[in-house]
Design a protein around this ligand. Structure first.
Ligand code: ADP
Ligand SMILES: O=C(O)[C@@H](O)C(=O)COP(=O)(O)O
Length: 421
């Protein structure tokens, strides 16, 4: 294993896994496997990049640090030379962290005196300029991320967001240094004299420059945007051959589950509902215990073949009412459990293709399904691959970050899952 990734949620893990597997242009990427939780066994022979998916974004900082350190130990034991801490391209975090505390702990373990922070992901409209994160043409704090159910992002200046989460000094390397090429950039990073360095990046070319500057660096942090270049470092050095991600297609019964309340998912639900059977989860009934997973599984199984959608997703006003009435954590936890239970019942009854919208929701579903690892297949939309269980169960998953994907994503995902390379 050349590269080891610790991802703070399951959709983010798939996002970076496909970026590493694709690499740069025709040169291809690394043989990448995504692990669900901290593995107990060795990685499959031939794994060049291993991505450990944690569900550590919204848990306590202590737990996030402890799990991330354990993941790092396993990756190091598999031979990983470079460790990446992958967080969201919108820097999703709570007031306490967990980006800052986890990065501090990993930097100490890996004896890194300087660490870059690079969430930029231009393919999905996330760029960083003057230390401020933009989502398409608006600052982060004016995007829908300001209303996220668990990690509302109210400040676009990620230098300030990071500094508030940790004791380590946070510096900044500005855009002109990135434009000046990787050698000059390396020098600018050193000159910054702060242990944590936020770097501006607007285009994919900028990310390649930044990735080149990180060749041989033991610890890097970022979104998935920087990953193709980091994979490419091993290919251009002649250490890996480069390959294209592919997995065998599956055409079995299908379901779509959405727990994300992000604006892209709300648009995808609206689009999908117009032509497919869809059911909204009655959150009040769930909280009162008057509906069960079985009720919803029945709806899904009655409609397989027609791409049935089950969703809890709510708009800003509904979300506010539900969270005020039941509490943010209790309602999210109950819905995550429900989605997990529904998915595992559906698989036991023959469902083989599952599309999930939402990072936490995907984490709950994938954990409930219990696959130890997933092979990375083709990319459906930027940052969302087909993932195929390696345990012979024939299950394929598409775990979509809330704000990723075109309006027709759900149908498209089911179609790509069925394609054989
Ligand atoms: N109607 C709802 N009311 C309150 N919370 C909800 C509702 N629907 C979903 N949630 C919770 O909101 C969170 C959405 O987060 P997530 O799945 O990570 O989506 P995203 O990828 O958009 O961030 C989940 O924990 C989910 O259980
Ligand atoms: O980096 C990204 O934007 C994604 O990989 C990601 O982590 C998004 O998080 P969710 O929307 O919570 O899935």
């Amino acid at each position: 294993m050349f590269l080891g990734v610790i991802a703070d949620d399951f959709t983010g893990a798939g996002d970076i896994a496909v970026a590493l597997a694709k690499g740069v242009g025709d040169a291809g990427g690394l043989a990448t496997v995504q692990f669900l939780g901290i593995p107990t066994d060795n990685a499959p022979v031939g794994t060049e990049a291993g991505v450990v998916a944690l569900k550590s974004r919204s848990i306590s900082s202590e737990d996030a640090v402890s799990q991330s350190l354990q993941a790092a130990e396993w990756l190091l034991s598999q031979g990983a030379e470079q460790i990446i801490f992958k967080y969201c391209s919108t820097f999703d975090s709570t007031k306490q962290g967990n980006i800052g505390p986890v990065a501090e702990a990993l930097a100490a373990r890996l004896e890194s005196t300087q660490v870059i922070f690079c969430p930029s992901f231009p393919a999905n409209g996330r760029t960083v300029y003057q230390g401020n994160l933009f989502v398409k043409d608006v600052p982060l704090s004016e995007s829908s991320m300001a209303y996220h159910p668990l990690t509302p992002m109210k400040d676009s200046d990620i230098r300030r967001v990071l500094a508030a989460q940790c004791k380590t000094a946070v510096g900044h390397v500005s855009y002109p240094h990135v434009l000046s090429g990787s050698e000059n950039l390396t020098h600018a990073i050193e000159q910054c004299h702060a242990p944590f360095v936020v770097i501006d990046a607007i285009t994919d070319d900028d990310l390649l420059t930044i990735a080149r500057s990180q060749r041989g660096v033991r610890f890097v942090t970022g979104g998935s945007g920087i990953a193709p270049g980091l994979a490419h470092n091993f290919i251009s050095d002649g250490r890996a051959q480069g390959q294209k991600p592919s997995v065998a297609g599956v055409t079995g019964p299908e379901i779509v589950l959405a727990g994300s309340c992000s604006s892209a998912t709300l648009g995808q639900i609206k689009h999908h509902k117009a032509h497919h059977p869809a059911k909204l989860i009655d959150v009040d009934a769930v909280m009162a215990g008057t509906v069960s997973a079985d009720d919803y599984v029945t709806f899904l199984l009655e409609n397989t073949g027609k791409a049935p959608l089950l969703y809890s997703s709510a708009d800003k006003a509904q979300l506010k009412r539900l969270q005020e009435q039941y509490g943010v954590e209790p309602v999210a936890t109950r819905l995550d459990e429900l989605f997990g239970e529904i998915a595992s019942k559906a698989v036991s009854l023959g469902v083989r293709r599952i599309v999930v919208a939402g990072g936490e929701t995907s984490g709950a579903v994938a954990t409930a399904l219990g696959h130890a690892s997933l092979r990375v297949g083709p990319e459906i939309d930027p940052g969302v691959p087909v993932l195929s269980a390696t345990d012979g169960s024939g299950v394929v998953l598409a775990l979509k970050s809330g704000n990723f994907g075109t309006p027709d994503f759900f149908e498209k995902a089911l179609h790509v899952m069925g394609e054989t390379p």
